[in-house]
Design a protein around this ligand. Structure first.
Ligand code: GTP
Ligand code: MG
Length: 491
């Protein structure tokens, strides 16, 4: 559930995001909330090294002066402090950093490619799309993660000059980088989450305990995405998240679905907001139980979070009496409320005993009259102070662009060759793998010294020995990448 909007309005969603109202079209587009996206990223390739020799009038045999290629740009993630959605990645999904420029003559090094810096809201997890493994948790405000490093620039031929090699006639190619799909998943970082059925009064509560101004209305699903606010208790401040309403079956996708529960995974404390006045005719305890069940179905860990129960709309028990000023009615309202409270408490006791859980604290509140709000803030702050501080997700980070091990394999293939007496089929050896790819990119096959280096490496990795064991003899054809070689034994 990333996209809480009508499909028809997609075209205009960006406009909506900027809070335009298309009155001429007779409908207003809702702001989109995106908390999970899949994007393609690629670091820049390294620039190639240059092969060049110094040229000057009257100077013969100038030395090698080919410069190195520039480094490719990297893909870097940082925090966008003001953002709480991944909307920016909903439309643009491909991000490629600039390639490094090639090296030039006169020892000119190629320019490095520009990095691409992607800003995400705090609390975003970056995952490998293929394996779902976590690469980074953008948890801290100053988080900066290089997710894909730019390709290394190739060395120019000037670099390869040595006392025994005066005129290297080859240069190195720049490193090529792979593109990768990653998933960005926002897990809001808040100390406290307000959870409950639609219309329970979660947004109303957030509006009276913090600086936030969420939308409040007497219909279901007024809140379409989590709202954040900061609550202060003396010099102690904590972040509260108002989570969209949950209904039974949310874990199967009913209502707005249970996707928003991902935003309470990182919170330290839950406040269950219950419509205690049963304004919609339901049993308050059943409402509470529905949310408990849904959060457990989503993730068992959520049921271990400490919680407080806020029994809201307490003012409604007294509503009619305040008009009449009749104190006898007021005491009957009190009795009704006490009876409801007794009923709720005894059911809760039974439930927690059966589930072998600690009984949560119950606080009666009214966001309308502010009754009990100070107590709720005080108790929340007190409980929070006893809990361990929030911490990033525990994971073993993977490196997305980890260098692949140098490997090779030998297979056999056939090749059609024209000879004097017609076309003959010849068996050839094909050597492939990361070792060959790397060597093929770094060897200049028109340069004797470079080919020598290629041969030395093949020997070092045991390729020649293995080919011989597989049956390579004088005159055999061996294919490395796209290049074919005739094998000749040394004299
Ligand atoms: N009388 C009374 N009404 C309240 C109280 N708290 C909230 N309401 C009303 O209940 C209705 C729903 O309030 P919201 O705060 O929007 O409820 P919500 O839980 O955020 O609802 P969703 O966003 O749909 O999940 C609104 O009409 C509020 O004015 C209260 O303490 N007393
Ligand atoms: Mg709401």
């Amino acid at each position: 559930m990333q996209e809480v909007t009508d499909r028809r309005s997609d075209v205009f969603a960006l406009i909506a995001y900027k809070h335009f109202t298309l009155s001429t079209l007779h409908f207003t587009i809702r702001k989109m909330f995106v908390d999970k996206v899949r994007i393609l990223i690629k670091a820049g390739n390294g620039g190639n090294g240059a092969k060049s020799f110094h040229r000057e009038k009257y100077v013969t045999q100038g030395g090698p002066d080919g410069g190195d290629g520039g480094r490719g740009g990297s893909i870097i993630f940082t925090i966008d402090k003001g953002a709480n959605t991944l909307i920016n990645y909903y439309y643009q999904k491909h991000f490629k950093a600039e390639n490094g420029a090639n090296g030039q003559a006169k020892n000119c090094t190629g320019k490095n490619g520009k990095d691409v810096v992607l800003k995400v809201p705090r609390g975003t997890l970056i995952k490998c799309a293929e394996t779902d493994n976590i690469i980074a948790d953008m948890f801290y405000e100053d988080a900066k993660e290089v997710i894909l490093k730019g390709g290394r620039g190739g060395k120019g031929n000037a670099f390869f000059k040595s006392s025994t090699r005066q005129s290297p006639n080859f240069a190195q190619l720049g490193e090529e980088t792979d593109e990768k799909w990653v998933v960005l998943e926002l897990k809001t970082i808040a100390d406290v989450a307000l959870v409950g059925k639609p219309n329970a009064g979660k947004s109303s509560l957030l509006s009276v305990i913090s600086n936030a101004k969420p939308k409040i209305a007497d219909y279901h699903f007024t809140t379409l995405s989590p709202n954040l606010g900061v609550t202060k208790y003396h010099d102690f401040a904590f972040v509260v998240a108002d989570i969209p309403g949950l209904i039974e079956g949310a874990s199967e996708g009913h209502g707005l679905g249970h996707e928003f529960l991902r935003h309470i995974e990182r919170t330290r404390l839950l406040i269950h907001v219950v419509d205690f006045a049963a304004t919609e005719g339901r049993c308050p305890f059943d409402d509470y139980l529905t949310i408990v069940n849904e959060k457990t179905l989503y993730n068992k860990m959520l049921s271990t979070l400490p919680c407080i129960i806020a029994l809201n709309k307490i003012d409604l028990f007294y509503d009619n009496d305040s008009d009449s000023g009749d104190t006898s009615k007021s005491s009957s309202a009190n009795k009704a409320k006490e009876k409801a409270l007794k009923d709720f408490t005894s059911k809760l006791k039974k439930h927690t005993t059966k589930a072998k859980k600690q009984m949560p604290q119950i606080i009666e509140i009214s966001t309308a009259t502010k009754h009990g709000i100070d107590t709720l803030i005080k108790e929340t702050a007190t409980l929070l102070k006893t809990l361990p501080p929030p911490k990033p997700i525990d994971f073993t980070p993977i490196v997305l662009d980890a260098k692949k091990p140098l490997e090779y394999e030998i297979t056999k293939d056939t090749l059609l060759e024209r000879e004097d007496d017609g076309v003959v089929e010849r068996e050839i050896f094909v050597v492939s793998g990361t070792l060959i790819d790397l060597l093929a990119r770094n060897v200049a096959f028109d340069d004797f010294q470079s080919v020598n280096y290629f041969y030395r490496k093949l020997n070092e990795f045991g390729v020649i020995e293995k080919l011989k064991a597989e049956g390579m003899v004088e005159g055999s054809i061996v294919k490395f990448g796209d290049l074919e070689f005739d094998w000749t034994e040394d004299e």
